[in-house]
Design a protein around this ligand. Structure first.
Ligand SMILES: Cc1cc2nc3c(=O)[nH]c(=O)nc-3n(C[C@H](O)[C@H](O)[C@H](O)COP(=O)(O)O)c2cc1C
Length: 378
Protein backbone atom coordinates (compact mmCIF):
# COMPACT_ATOMS: atom_id res chain seq x y z
CA UNK A 1 0.00 0.00 0.00
CA UNK A 2 1.22 3.49 -0.81
CA UNK A 3 2.29 5.52 2.22
CA UNK A 4 -0.13 8.25 1.10
CA UNK A 5 -2.97 5.72 1.26
CA UNK A 6 -2.11 4.43 4.72
CA UNK A 7 -4.22 5.35 7.76
CA UNK A 8 -3.06 7.77 10.44
CA UNK A 9 -4.43 8.20 13.95
CA UNK A 10 -4.45 11.20 16.29
CA UNK A 11 -6.05 10.54 19.68
CA UNK A 12 -9.26 8.56 18.89
CA UNK A 13 -9.60 9.81 15.33
CA UNK A 14 -8.31 7.73 12.42
CA UNK A 15 -7.81 9.29 9.01
CA UNK A 16 -8.17 6.70 6.25
CA UNK A 17 -5.23 8.18 4.32
CA UNK A 18 -2.78 11.07 4.62
CA UNK A 19 -4.63 13.59 2.48
CA UNK A 20 -6.35 16.67 3.92
CA UNK A 21 -8.37 19.39 2.26
CA UNK A 22 -6.68 22.62 3.27
CA UNK A 23 -9.10 25.25 4.61
CA UNK A 24 -10.44 27.36 1.76
CA UNK A 25 -12.52 30.45 2.49
CA UNK A 26 -15.45 30.74 0.12
CA UNK A 27 -16.62 34.21 1.21
CA UNK A 28 -20.09 32.90 0.64
CA UNK A 29 -21.63 32.92 4.14
CA UNK A 30 -24.26 35.43 5.18
CA UNK A 31 -23.78 36.77 8.73
CA UNK A 32 -21.41 33.83 9.27
CA UNK A 33 -24.07 31.18 8.51
CA UNK A 34 -23.20 28.13 6.37
CA UNK A 35 -25.43 27.27 3.42
CA UNK A 36 -25.74 24.77 0.58
CA UNK A 37 -22.66 26.18 -1.15
CA UNK A 38 -20.51 25.09 1.81
CA UNK A 39 -22.21 21.70 1.93
CA UNK A 40 -21.48 20.98 -1.74
CA UNK A 41 -18.02 22.59 -1.72
CA UNK A 42 -16.88 20.45 1.23
CA UNK A 43 -19.02 17.42 0.45
CA UNK A 44 -17.45 16.81 -2.93
CA UNK A 45 -14.03 16.47 -1.31
CA UNK A 46 -15.39 13.76 0.99
CA UNK A 47 -16.76 12.00 -2.10
CA UNK A 48 -13.36 12.50 -3.77
CA UNK A 49 -11.50 10.43 -1.19
CA UNK A 50 -9.79 12.96 1.08
CA UNK A 51 -9.39 11.66 4.63
CA UNK A 52 -9.75 15.03 6.35
CA UNK A 53 -11.97 17.83 5.10
CA UNK A 54 -11.35 21.15 6.79
CA UNK A 55 -14.00 23.83 6.71
CA UNK A 56 -12.60 27.28 6.01
CA UNK A 57 -11.42 29.93 8.48
CA UNK A 58 -14.42 30.34 10.77
CA UNK A 59 -14.62 33.44 12.93
CA UNK A 60 -14.95 33.09 16.69
CA UNK A 61 -16.53 36.53 16.96
CA UNK A 62 -18.34 38.64 14.35
CA UNK A 63 -15.64 41.32 14.27
CA UNK A 64 -13.01 38.60 13.84
CA UNK A 65 -14.18 37.90 10.30
CA UNK A 66 -11.82 38.81 7.52
CA UNK A 67 -14.65 39.59 5.11
CA UNK A 68 -18.41 39.91 5.27
CA UNK A 69 -18.60 36.45 3.63
CA UNK A 70 -16.62 34.47 6.25
CA UNK A 71 -18.15 31.58 8.15
CA UNK A 72 -18.70 32.07 11.87
CA UNK A 73 -19.29 30.12 15.05
CA UNK A 74 -19.91 32.97 17.47
CA UNK A 75 -23.53 32.06 18.20
CA UNK A 76 -25.33 28.77 18.82
CA UNK A 77 -27.70 29.25 15.89
CA UNK A 78 -24.72 28.87 13.54
CA UNK A 79 -24.27 25.23 14.62
CA UNK A 80 -27.14 23.70 12.66
CA UNK A 81 -25.93 24.56 9.13
CA UNK A 82 -22.51 23.16 9.94
CA UNK A 83 -24.00 20.02 11.47
CA UNK A 84 -25.52 19.07 8.12
CA UNK A 85 -22.08 19.39 6.55
CA UNK A 86 -20.27 17.31 9.17
CA UNK A 87 -22.93 14.61 8.88
CA UNK A 88 -22.46 14.36 5.13
CA UNK A 89 -18.66 14.32 5.37
CA UNK A 90 -18.71 11.67 8.13
CA UNK A 91 -21.29 9.51 6.32
CA UNK A 92 -19.02 9.47 3.26
CA UNK A 93 -16.04 8.22 5.28
CA UNK A 94 -14.01 11.38 5.85
CA UNK A 95 -13.21 13.28 9.04
CA UNK A 96 -14.80 16.74 9.27
CA UNK A 97 -12.49 19.44 10.62
CA UNK A 98 -12.88 23.16 11.19
CA UNK A 99 -10.43 26.02 11.24
CA UNK A 100 -11.16 28.55 13.99
CA UNK A 101 -10.02 32.05 13.30
CA UNK A 102 -9.82 35.70 14.26
CA UNK A 103 -8.56 38.11 11.63
CA UNK A 104 -7.28 40.81 14.02
CA UNK A 105 -5.86 43.69 11.98
CA UNK A 106 -6.76 41.87 8.76
CA UNK A 107 -10.49 42.14 9.54
CA UNK A 108 -12.88 44.21 7.44
CA UNK A 109 -11.32 43.27 4.12
CA UNK A 110 -12.98 42.97 0.72
CA UNK A 111 -13.34 39.54 -0.86
CA UNK A 112 -10.38 38.69 -3.13
CA UNK A 113 -12.35 39.41 -6.30
CA UNK A 114 -13.50 42.74 -4.86
CA UNK A 115 -9.89 43.82 -4.44
CA UNK A 116 -8.59 42.33 -1.15
CA UNK A 117 -8.38 45.90 0.15
CA UNK A 118 -10.10 47.32 3.27
CA UNK A 119 -13.88 47.62 3.15
CA UNK A 120 -14.90 51.28 2.94
CA UNK A 121 -17.92 53.52 2.33
CA UNK A 122 -18.05 52.42 -1.31
CA UNK A 123 -18.96 48.88 -0.24
CA UNK A 124 -22.05 50.22 1.54
CA UNK A 125 -23.31 51.59 -1.78
CA UNK A 126 -22.19 48.62 -3.88
CA UNK A 127 -23.10 45.72 -1.59
CA UNK A 128 -24.68 47.09 1.55
CA UNK A 129 -21.55 46.04 3.47
CA UNK A 130 -20.15 48.49 6.02
CA UNK A 131 -16.55 48.56 7.31
CA UNK A 132 -15.80 47.77 10.93
CA UNK A 133 -12.91 48.53 13.24
CA UNK A 134 -10.13 45.89 13.37
CA UNK A 135 -8.20 45.08 16.55
CA UNK A 136 -4.57 43.98 16.96
CA UNK A 137 -1.87 43.45 19.59
CA UNK A 138 -0.10 46.67 18.55
CA UNK A 139 -1.00 49.84 16.62
CA UNK A 140 0.70 48.76 13.39
CA UNK A 141 -1.20 48.55 10.11
CA UNK A 142 -1.13 45.38 8.02
CA UNK A 143 -0.09 47.30 4.91
CA UNK A 144 0.05 50.84 3.55
CA UNK A 145 -3.41 52.34 3.12
CA UNK A 146 -4.90 49.99 5.72
CA UNK A 147 -6.75 51.44 8.72
CA UNK A 148 -4.97 51.68 12.07
CA UNK A 149 -6.15 48.79 14.25
CA UNK A 150 -7.34 49.43 17.79
CA UNK A 151 -4.85 48.08 20.32
CA UNK A 152 -6.37 45.22 22.27
CA UNK A 153 -6.93 45.85 25.95
CA UNK A 154 -6.56 43.11 28.54
CA UNK A 155 -10.36 42.73 28.41
CA UNK A 156 -10.28 42.34 24.59
CA UNK A 157 -7.62 39.65 24.90
CA UNK A 158 -9.59 37.74 27.52
CA UNK A 159 -12.78 38.05 25.46
CA UNK A 160 -11.19 36.63 22.29
CA UNK A 161 -9.52 33.76 24.18
CA UNK A 162 -12.88 32.93 25.70
CA UNK A 163 -14.51 33.16 22.25
CA UNK A 164 -12.13 30.48 20.90
CA UNK A 165 -13.26 28.16 23.70
CA UNK A 166 -16.93 28.84 23.08
CA UNK A 167 -16.47 28.28 19.34
CA UNK A 168 -14.77 24.94 20.14
CA UNK A 169 -17.81 23.92 22.18
CA UNK A 170 -20.05 24.78 19.22
CA UNK A 171 -17.71 22.94 16.83
CA UNK A 172 -18.11 19.84 18.99
CA UNK A 173 -21.89 20.20 18.93
CA UNK A 174 -21.76 20.65 15.16
CA UNK A 175 -20.01 17.27 14.85
CA UNK A 176 -16.46 18.29 13.91
CA UNK A 177 -13.75 15.83 14.91
CA UNK A 178 -10.65 18.01 14.66
CA UNK A 179 -10.06 21.73 15.19
CA UNK A 180 -7.28 23.70 13.57
CA UNK A 181 -6.46 27.11 15.03
CA UNK A 182 -5.59 29.64 12.35
CA UNK A 183 -2.30 30.93 13.72
CA UNK A 184 -0.72 31.67 10.33
CA UNK A 185 -0.92 34.09 7.37
CA UNK A 186 -1.00 37.22 9.53
CA UNK A 187 -4.24 36.48 11.37
CA UNK A 188 -4.66 37.44 15.01
CA UNK A 189 -2.86 34.54 16.72
CA UNK A 190 0.06 34.98 14.29
CA UNK A 191 -0.03 38.75 14.99
CA UNK A 192 0.70 37.96 18.64
CA UNK A 193 3.40 35.41 17.77
CA UNK A 194 5.40 37.56 15.37
CA UNK A 195 7.78 40.29 16.60
CA UNK A 196 6.87 42.19 13.42
CA UNK A 197 3.28 42.78 14.51
CA UNK A 198 3.59 42.47 18.30
CA UNK A 199 5.46 45.30 19.99
CA UNK A 200 3.69 44.99 23.34
CA UNK A 201 5.65 45.44 26.53
CA UNK A 202 3.17 43.72 28.85
CA UNK A 203 2.86 39.97 29.49
CA UNK A 204 1.54 39.48 25.91
CA UNK A 205 4.66 40.74 24.12
CA UNK A 206 8.36 41.43 24.32
CA UNK A 207 9.96 38.03 24.92
CA UNK A 208 9.26 34.98 22.76
CA UNK A 209 7.53 33.40 25.75
CA UNK A 210 5.24 36.41 26.14
CA UNK A 211 4.40 36.50 22.42
CA UNK A 212 3.44 32.81 22.63
CA UNK A 213 1.13 33.41 25.58
CA UNK A 214 -1.92 34.27 23.48
CA UNK A 215 -1.59 31.08 21.37
CA UNK A 216 -1.11 29.02 24.52
CA UNK A 217 -4.17 30.56 26.18
CA UNK A 218 -6.22 29.94 23.03
CA UNK A 219 -5.17 26.27 23.10
CA UNK A 220 -6.07 26.04 26.81
CA UNK A 221 -9.42 27.70 26.27
CA UNK A 222 -10.23 25.27 23.44
CA UNK A 223 -9.06 22.24 25.40
CA UNK A 224 -11.51 23.17 28.21
CA UNK A 225 -14.40 22.48 25.84
CA UNK A 226 -12.88 20.14 23.26
CA UNK A 227 -13.06 16.45 24.21
CA UNK A 228 -9.88 14.70 25.31
CA UNK A 229 -10.36 12.05 22.60
CA UNK A 230 -10.42 14.57 19.74
CA UNK A 231 -7.31 16.10 18.17
CA UNK A 232 -6.37 19.78 18.11
CA UNK A 233 -4.10 21.25 15.42
CA UNK A 234 -2.49 24.64 14.84
CA UNK A 235 -1.66 26.15 11.46
CA UNK A 236 1.51 28.20 11.88
CA UNK A 237 3.44 30.37 9.49
CA UNK A 238 6.72 28.55 10.02
CA UNK A 239 8.61 31.61 8.80
CA UNK A 240 7.63 35.21 8.15
CA UNK A 241 10.28 35.25 5.37
CA UNK A 242 11.33 38.64 6.81
CA UNK A 243 14.39 39.67 8.77
CA UNK A 244 13.33 40.25 12.36
CA UNK A 245 10.34 37.94 11.98
CA UNK A 246 9.59 34.35 12.95
CA UNK A 247 12.08 31.74 11.73
CA UNK A 248 11.54 28.00 11.60
CA UNK A 249 13.58 27.52 14.79
CA UNK A 250 11.11 29.79 16.62
CA UNK A 251 8.26 27.77 15.17
CA UNK A 252 9.74 24.55 16.51
CA UNK A 253 9.77 26.18 19.95
CA UNK A 254 6.18 27.35 19.59
CA UNK A 255 5.19 23.83 18.50
CA UNK A 256 6.87 22.40 21.57
CA UNK A 257 5.01 24.78 23.87
CA UNK A 258 1.70 23.99 22.14
CA UNK A 259 2.33 20.26 22.42
CA UNK A 260 2.43 20.64 26.19
CA UNK A 261 -1.08 22.18 25.99
CA UNK A 262 -2.63 19.22 24.19
CA UNK A 263 -1.96 20.24 20.58
CA UNK A 264 -1.47 17.17 18.40
CA UNK A 265 -0.51 18.39 14.93
CA UNK A 266 1.22 21.41 13.39
CA UNK A 267 0.16 22.42 9.89
CA UNK A 268 3.23 24.17 8.48
CA UNK A 269 2.49 27.06 6.16
CA UNK A 270 4.37 30.37 5.91
CA UNK A 271 4.23 34.11 5.33
CA UNK A 272 1.41 36.63 5.34
CA UNK A 273 2.36 38.78 8.32
CA UNK A 274 2.80 42.11 6.56
CA UNK A 275 1.45 43.40 3.28
CA UNK A 276 0.56 41.55 0.13
CA UNK A 277 3.90 41.79 -1.69
CA UNK A 278 5.81 38.54 -1.71
CA UNK A 279 8.83 38.81 0.64
CA UNK A 280 12.18 38.81 -1.16
CA UNK A 281 13.34 35.65 0.67
CA UNK A 282 10.30 33.61 -0.36
CA UNK A 283 10.94 31.35 -3.35
CA UNK A 284 7.98 29.33 -4.52
CA UNK A 285 8.39 25.88 -6.04
CA UNK A 286 6.50 22.63 -5.65
CA UNK A 287 6.53 21.62 -1.99
CA UNK A 288 8.53 24.70 -0.93
CA UNK A 289 7.13 24.57 2.62
CA UNK A 290 7.77 20.83 3.14
CA UNK A 291 11.16 21.44 4.81
CA UNK A 292 9.32 23.38 7.54
CA UNK A 293 7.05 20.42 8.28
CA UNK A 294 10.13 18.17 8.41
CA UNK A 295 12.05 20.53 10.68
CA UNK A 296 9.18 21.10 13.13
CA UNK A 297 8.41 17.38 13.23
CA UNK A 298 11.98 16.56 14.07
CA UNK A 299 12.78 19.42 16.43
CA UNK A 300 9.52 19.39 18.41
CA UNK A 301 8.75 15.70 18.02
CA UNK A 302 5.17 16.39 16.99
CA UNK A 303 3.17 15.19 13.96
CA UNK A 304 3.08 17.72 11.13
CA UNK A 305 1.13 18.48 7.99
CA UNK A 306 2.87 19.73 4.85
CA UNK A 307 1.04 22.19 2.61
CA UNK A 308 1.63 24.55 -0.26
CA UNK A 309 2.01 24.16 -4.00
CA UNK A 310 1.71 20.40 -4.02
CA UNK A 311 -0.05 18.39 -6.74
CA UNK A 312 2.23 15.56 -7.86
CA UNK A 313 1.14 12.26 -6.29
CA UNK A 314 4.66 10.82 -6.32
CA UNK A 315 6.11 13.87 -4.59
CA UNK A 316 3.35 13.68 -1.95
CA UNK A 317 4.03 9.97 -1.54
CA UNK A 318 7.72 10.74 -0.99
CA UNK A 319 6.91 13.30 1.72
CA UNK A 320 5.02 10.68 3.75
CA UNK A 321 7.36 7.81 2.92
CA UNK A 322 10.44 9.80 3.95
CA UNK A 323 8.79 10.89 7.17
CA UNK A 324 9.00 14.60 6.31
CA UNK A 325 5.36 15.03 7.39
CA UNK A 326 2.52 12.83 8.63
CA UNK A 327 -0.14 14.32 6.38
CA UNK A 328 -0.29 16.57 3.34
CA UNK A 329 -2.91 19.23 2.64
CA UNK A 330 -3.97 20.46 -0.78
CA UNK A 331 -6.08 23.46 -1.69
CA UNK A 332 -6.03 24.69 -5.31
CA UNK A 333 -5.30 21.27 -6.82
CA UNK A 334 -8.47 19.98 -5.15
CA UNK A 335 -10.48 22.88 -6.52
CA UNK A 336 -9.32 21.74 -9.94
CA UNK A 337 -9.84 18.04 -9.22
CA UNK A 338 -11.86 17.11 -6.11
CA UNK A 339 -11.16 13.44 -6.96
CA UNK A 340 -7.40 13.98 -6.68
CA UNK A 341 -7.03 11.56 -3.72
CA UNK A 342 -8.65 8.76 -5.75
CA UNK A 343 -6.56 9.52 -8.82
CA UNK A 344 -3.41 9.68 -6.70
CA UNK A 345 -4.22 6.26 -5.19
CA UNK A 346 -4.60 4.85 -8.71
CA UNK A 347 -1.31 6.40 -9.81
CA UNK A 348 0.40 4.91 -6.74
CA UNK A 349 -1.26 1.55 -7.38
CA UNK A 350 -3.37 1.66 -4.23
CA UNK A 351 -6.78 1.75 -5.94
CA UNK A 352 -7.24 -1.45 -7.95
CA UNK A 353 -10.50 -1.64 -9.86
CA UNK A 354 -11.66 1.67 -8.43
CA UNK A 355 -12.13 -0.03 -5.06
CA UNK A 356 -11.67 3.23 -3.16
CA UNK A 357 -14.39 5.00 -5.13
CA UNK A 358 -17.96 5.06 -3.90
CA UNK A 359 -19.88 2.38 -5.78
CA UNK A 360 -22.14 4.96 -7.35
CA UNK A 361 -19.15 6.14 -9.40
CA UNK A 362 -16.59 3.37 -9.08
CA UNK A 363 -18.74 0.52 -10.40
CA UNK A 364 -19.29 2.38 -13.69
CA UNK A 365 -15.73 3.54 -14.04
CA UNK A 366 -14.46 0.00 -13.46
CA UNK A 367 -16.78 -1.32 -16.19
CA UNK A 368 -15.71 1.43 -18.54
CA UNK A 369 -12.03 0.66 -17.86
CA UNK A 370 -12.58 -3.02 -18.67
CA UNK A 371 -14.29 -2.12 -21.92
CA UNK A 372 -11.58 0.33 -22.87
CA UNK A 373 -8.95 -2.34 -22.26
CA UNK A 374 -10.90 -4.96 -24.18
CA UNK A 375 -11.26 -2.63 -27.13
CA UNK A 376 -7.55 -1.84 -26.89
CA UNK A 377 -8.26 1.87 -26.53
CA UNK A 378 -6.33 2.32 -23.26
C1 LIG B 1 -9.82 29.67 -2.29
C2 LIG B 1 -8.81 29.63 -1.19
C3 LIG B 1 -9.18 30.00 0.10
C4 LIG B 1 -8.26 29.89 1.15
N1 LIG B 1 -8.68 30.12 2.44
C5 LIG B 1 -7.89 29.77 3.48
C6 LIG B 1 -8.38 29.73 4.79
O1 LIG B 1 -9.56 29.97 5.06
N2 LIG B 1 -7.51 29.38 5.79
C7 LIG B 1 -6.20 29.07 5.53
O2 LIG B 1 -5.47 28.73 6.44
N3 LIG B 1 -5.71 29.09 4.28
C8 LIG B 1 -6.53 29.40 3.25
N4 LIG B 1 -6.06 29.30 1.97
C9 LIG B 1 -4.69 28.80 1.77
C10 LIG B 1 -4.74 27.28 1.54
O3 LIG B 1 -5.29 26.59 2.63
C11 LIG B 1 -3.35 26.72 1.22
O4 LIG B 1 -2.53 26.82 2.35
C12 LIG B 1 -2.68 27.45 0.05
O5 LIG B 1 -3.61 27.67 -1.00
C13 LIG B 1 -1.49 26.66 -0.49
O6 LIG B 1 -1.90 25.37 -0.90
P1 LIG B 1 -2.18 25.01 -2.46
O7 LIG B 1 -0.91 25.37 -3.21
O8 LIG B 1 -2.45 23.54 -2.44
O9 LIG B 1 -3.32 25.83 -2.95
C14 LIG B 1 -6.93 29.46 0.90
C15 LIG B 1 -6.57 29.16 -0.41
C16 LIG B 1 -7.48 29.21 -1.44
C17 LIG B 1 -7.05 28.81 -2.83
Amino acid sequence: MAALSSPFTLRDVTFKNRIAVSPMSQYRAINGYANNWHLVHLGRFAMGGAALVYAEATAVEADGRRTHGDLGLWEDEQIEGLRQITKFISDEGAVPGIQLSHAGRKASERRPWHGETPVDEEDITLRGEAPWQPIAPSPITYADDWPDPTVMTEADIERVIHAFGEAARRAKEAGFKIIEVYAAHGFLVHQFLSPISNLRRDKWGGTAENRQRFAIEVARSIRKHWPEELPLAFRLSATDWLDGGIEVEDTAQIANALKAEGVDLIDCSSGGIAGRDRPRRMEIRQGFQVPFAAKVKEAADIPTMAVGFLWDAKICEGIIENGEADMIALARELLDDPNWPLHAATELQSNDNHEKWHNEFGWWLMKRDRLLKKLGIR
